[in-house]
Design a protein around this ligand. Structure first.
Ligand SMILES: *Cc1c(COP(=O)(O)O)cnc(C)c1O
Length: 433
């Protein structure tokens, strides 16, 4: 499999080049040159396969030129080592729970697979390799855990001091070994600026191979296809022949792009719904045809606070950059903060199911759009304990219970490393690792 840049379509690279470069030379994204259909035999047996068997079959065409089957099997076992259950909430509404990994968010799947790929495909053995990333919460934890103790790779995560929840901070700072989580005395934008400076520093890059693990990385995108196959397999075990409607809480639109890639591989899906918060550039685009990115608005579903979704060009490319094609298979729903709170409260009271703010947008998007004769699932992207301060606003008793059960109100355990907003400090740190 080769990967092409979707901008000029001039550049074609191997998987390992795509992973270590991130962006193509024309500044656009890489996509697989073609997306293989898995064949009728595979789909006839789908509901009988285990999660690991599905993962192996789905990922193999994308990695087989650079990894042998034994290695792929190991990477699959290391990545998908937690359950991904499909739970019925009521009637035709189901949830695929993606939050049973180490940092309790779906990003664990992508981060774990990417780390395994990077450590096995690492091209420059003579240089120290550092994964450098800035985070406002979920990504940092998933990347830190994903790369924890992975041989040959050091990880530096920058986060804004005092601006992430103690629970999220603990997930990054308590690990040790090759993980260096640093509280920067500034904002998230300051952290991102420092990271960019390091990527552009040629002198540094002579000695240190700095690479990124952000959500546009192919190594994160590809494994996210797997759980959509698994969710459809599970629905079909219960209701043979069903083509479900799938709803995905979306921010950068990477997760839902993976879902549409699965569909292009032949996965039976009726249609897709993207649920967004009021950062609504994609829903507006579907309605008006104008793609008009805006400044980011802060919401209760803050991992989806994205004004200009970085993966949307990939999604559009899968529909041949044609709005009519996109509209045939794809709709989008905007969910406000008020609706997020109402949904968390009412779904708990009526169905005894506790949603986090992101998953609440998925539930509401699906229930608004689904028809009586359809079956659907939305993906639950985070465990409610990660956003307990939002749950507290409507279900204080549940918030209390979560805090006790998960120790979410305990003080920091890992001790924190601090850094001023100074590129020199970061550079010294990267060199001395
Ligand atoms: C990252 C994230 C999302 C958004 O996923 P995208 O792939 O960026 O669309 C949704 N929910 C949670 C909890 C997340 O961490």
């Amino acid at each position: 499999m080769k990967y092409i840049s979707i901008g000029t379509k001039q550049q074609s690279v191997s998987l390992s080049e795509g992973i270590f470069k991130g962006l193509s030379d024309d500044g656009s994204l890489f996509m697989p040159e073609d997306i293989p259909h898995l064949g009728n035999d595979f789909y006839a047996s789908l509901s009988g396969f285990s999660l690991n068997e599905i993962a192996f079959s789905v990922l193999r065409p994308f990695v087989e030129e650079e990894t042998d089957d034994t290695t792929l099997w190991q990477m699959v076992e290391e990545t998908f080592s937690f359950p991904i259950p499909l739970v019925n909430i009521h009637d035709n509404i189901n949830v695929l729970e993606l939050f049973h990994g180490p940092t309790q968010a779906f990003k664990d799947v992508g981060a774990r697979f990417l780390s395994r790929l990077m450590s096995r495909l690492h091209p420059v053995r003579d240089k120290k390799m550092v994964v450098l990333t800035a985070t406002s919460g979920d990504t940092g934890g998933a990347v830190a855990h994903g790369f924890h103790k992975v041989p040959g790779i050091e990880v530096v995560v920058l986060y804004p001091k005092g601006k992430i929840s103690p629970y999220q901070e603990n997930q990054m700072t308590s690990l040790g070994y090759n993980i260096h989580a640093i509280a920067v005395e500034g904002t998230f934008d300051d952290c991102q600026r420092l990271v960019k400076q390091a990527f552009n520093d040629r002198e540094l890059r002579k000695d240190v191979a700095v690479t990124s693990a952000n959500s546009i990385n192919l190594g994160r995108l590809l494994p996210q296809m797997v759980y959509y196959f698994y969710g459809v397999a599970d629905i079909q075990r219960r209701l043979p022949g069903t083509e479900p409607v799938i709803c995905v809480p979306s921010g950068n639109f990477g997760n839902i792009t993976a879902a549409v890639m699965a569909y292009r591989m032949g996965l039976p899906v009726k249609r897709f719904i993207a649920a967004t918060n009021v950062n609504d550039v994609v829903p507006r685009f579907l309605k008006t045809g104008d793609y008009d990115p805006r400044d980011t608005i802060v919401t209760y579903a803050n991992a989806m606070d994205v004004g200009d979704p970085s993966n949307f060009p990939r999604l559009y490319y899968l529909f041949e950059n044609n709005l009519e094609q996109l509209r045939r298979m794809f709709s989008a729903d905007i969910i406000t903060n008020k609706e997020i709170l109402e949904t968390i409260q009412s779904v708990f009271q009526q169905h005894n199911y506790l949603l986090d703010p992101h998953s609440a947008t998925g539930y509401l998007g699906l229930t608004r759009e689904i028809k009586n004769d359809e079956v659907g699932f939305f993906v639950s992207t985070a465990h409610p304990v990660k956003f307990v301060e939002i749950i507290e606003k409507v279900l204080p008793g549940e918030a209390e219970r979560l805090k006790k059960e998960f120790g979410a109100d305990t003080a920091l355990q890992g001790g924190t490393e601090h850094m001023p907003v100074s590129y020199k400090s970061l550079k010294d740190k990267l060199i001395e690792l």
